[in-house]
Design a protein around this ligand. Structure first.
Ligand SMILES: *[C@@H]1O[C@H](CO)[C@@H](O)[C@H](O)[C@H]1NC(C)=O
Length: 471
């Protein structure tokens, strides 16, 4: 960003109408979203009642696939559908579960009546991942033939598409997806420790096993499952970051030296491997495929907390985590001389590719966590001649969240169901087709097209159990 663009961004931010946002309402609705994505047998506590049971035979069907293990039958009922379709993509699903767990570990104490729903959202993921890793030597990584699914516009309750199961094995490895599942299980085990000790222990034991499998049989699921995972959720940044990320979570969950040493030994390889890109772009990335910034913030946080005495260790200065996390901050903050990300005129982080808000939300989350770490450690970040303190990091995260909730040039909320004006024709099969309550008859693959092509608003609001009623 050149100085003129930077002034425009800062000016744009000042010009926005000042709005007070109801973060509690946004939290409630973001957790409700996960209920709308549920696959499998829905519990009586389900609040999104326009959704019904679906995909009750996932894993039991013998899939049509190029791999012989598709003849193995395993219960894979449950988990979450991806975005607006009916495939279960375990790589991004595991990352979402890790992030839900991290959110609860960090902010659960502020969640009030949403806390039990956040716990349910995590458990819906981890129950499924326990199934997906229940056969030693296999990690199931996907359910549903993505081409067949994308070809049909169908409610999950009506699905008659191919529910092929895909797995990685010793000979056909997938360390990124296995590493991320290990991270999700380890992070979630920490959440459940004070709630359900036996379940927590089960998650942790499985996390260790899955991590060992991911590390021992190294490779990308790109190469093992080729066209079934690409171009959907290819591993663009390789699997090395997920192995370190998985080890970092296992270290936090177990405090075992083995995982700490693993992180230390491999973080430098990670930096060497990504070489030049690590000194520029990768620092400003965090998402389902790229974990670098998350690793540095997570470990820096652990270092600053009372549990770990890493900072007082005589070799502490040689650890890269805190300098890397500082560098991450300097690559994102708009006023930093080394800013790497772009901003829209209204001040939103903008990256090329789809689903832009994933970047704004994930990076903001890290800013909140690191902002708290800085205040705990009584530190500030220096970006050239700019000093960023904890309050600045938190203010930055808030600016991104406020933009999403409506403090933007269009005065529109980008969170469905939040505020007075929000997107009402979202690309989402279940939301855009009439619910089974209104339309019990089966709607097949082709008949769904008329709803897809319709200009009507989606009949099901993907956050509320009360149809289109608003408050
Ligand atoms: C996976 O495939 C994508 C798309 O072809 C490619 O850009 C990426 O480098 C591949 N990743 C690995 C780890 O091979």
């Amino acid at each position: 960003m050149n100085p003129i663009q930077r002034v425009m961004v800062l000016f744009g931010m000042l010009m926005l109408p000042v709005m007070a946002h109801d973060y509690g309402d946004a939290l409630t609705k973001s957790i409700l979203f996960f209920e709308g994505q549920r696959s499998g047998k829905l519990p009586p506590s389900q609040r999104m009642t326009w959704r019904k049971d679906s995909a009750l035979r996932d894993g039991f069907q013998i899939g049509v696939s190029m791999h012989s293990y598709s003849r193995i039958k395993v219960d894979l009922v449950g988990g979450y559908y991806d975005a607006g379709d009916n495939v279960k993509f375990n790589f991004p699903m595991a990352f979402s579960t890790t992030m839900l767990a991290w959110s609860v570990l960090e902010f659960g104490g502020f969640m009030g009546s949403d806390f039990p729903h956040a716990i349910d959202a995590i458990r819906w993921g981890t129950d499924y991942f326990l199934k997906a890793t229940s056969i030693p030597g296999f990690v199931f990584v996907q359910v549903g033939d993505p081409y067949n699914d994308h070809h049909c516009w169908e409610r999950p309750e009506d699905m008659d598409t191919l529910r092929t199961t895909y797995a990685v094995t010793k000979n056909l490895p997938g360390s990124e997806v296995s590493g991320e599942i290990a991270a999700a299980l380890a992070a979630s085990s920490m959440v459940f420790k004070p709630i359900d000790l036996a379940y927590s222990a089960r998650l942790l034991k499985r996390a260790r096993m899955v991590f060992e499998f991911a590390d021992k049989y190294r490779g990308s699921y790109n190469d093992s499952l080729g066209p079934w995972v690409c171009p959907f959720y290819c591993s663009y940044s390789g699997y090395e970051d997920e192995l370190v990320w998985g080890a970092a979570w296992l270290f936090r969950a177990t405090k075992a030296a083995y995982y700490w040493n693993y992180v230390l030994q491999n973080i430098n390889n990670l930096e060497r491997n990504i070489g030049a890109s690590y000194s520029s772009g990768s620092f400003a990335e965090f998402g389902w495929d790229t974990k670098h910034a998350g690793i540095n913030v997570l470990i820096s946080k652990a270092s600053a907390s009372q549990f770990f005495l890493i900072m007082t260790d005589s070799t502490a200065n040689s650890y890269p985590f805190v300098p890397n996390a500082d560098k991450f901050v300097c690559s994102v903050l708009p006023e930093s001389p080394t800013v790497y990300v772009s901003y829209s005129r209204g001040g939103l982080i903008f990256k090329s590719g789809g689903s832009n808000l994933q970047h704004a939300t994930a990076l903001s989350f890290l800013f909140l966590v690191y902002g708290r770490t800085l205040s705990q450690a009584n530190r500030v970040v220096h970006c050239g001649n700019i000093v960023a303190n904890s309050a600045r990091l938190i203010q930055f995260a808030r600016s991104q969240v406020d933009y999403i909730l409506g403090s933007n040039p269009l005065g529109m909320s980008y969170m469905v169901g939040y505020g007075r004006k929000f997107p009402e024709r979202i690309h989402h099969r279940a939301s855009s087709l009439p619910s089974v309550n209104q339309h019990p008859e089966h709607i097949d693959c082709n008949r769904g097209s008329s709803y897809y092509n319709s200009n009507n608003l989606n009949p099901n609001l993907h956050r509320s159990c009360r149809g289109r009623a608003r408050y």
